[in-house]
Design a protein around this ligand. Sequence first.
Ligand SMILES: [Zn+2]
Ligand SMILES: [Zn+2]
Length: 192
Amino acid sequence: MNETSAAVRQPAGKPYVLDVRAFGRRPGTSAQVHRTVAAPERIGVDLVGIDAGEEIDLDLQVQAVSEGVLVTGTVSADTSGQCARCLGDVSGALNLFLTELYAYPDSETDKTSDDDDVYRIEDDLIDLEQAIIDAVGMELPLDPTCSDDCPGLCQGCGEKLADLEPGHAHEQIDPRWAGLAKFASEGEADGK
Ligand SMILES: [Zn+2]
Ligand SMILES: [Zn+2]
């Protein structure tokens, strides 16, 4: 395959779109794309995500192959969310590797794949937005923690264990014995 480079253009006002018309479908043609885009909405899972408007850094290689255009590279952004154990704030950085094939409209891949299974190139345009949203959702942890050893919340009072005295505990009385304990203490009060 001949390695040639071609320009990838960005249609005005569409930061997530790559215009690969200049590739002319020549396999081996490639380009480096470095862009910073803003998250169009909050992207992530329940407890952690990239806030709407947060910068997402894209460092991608875009390469024509026989069936379409292959996009590979890194997607990086700051994340924020909530600790799954103590519910405190967590912030972090996400750095994931994206690999996505965008099939040509009349390629074998296009004809033999369901609409949901592979992205398509439409009018020489590649729209990265959904691929990035999906990749971020797959990469983020479902149970982020503020630290590896976060002890979570006290079951008795709901306070953060990390903020409480060592050995903090609540007297637990088994509900089956609670009536008996009450009876016993009343007996003591009567002096019998
Ligand atoms: Zn925590
Ligand atoms: Zn407590």
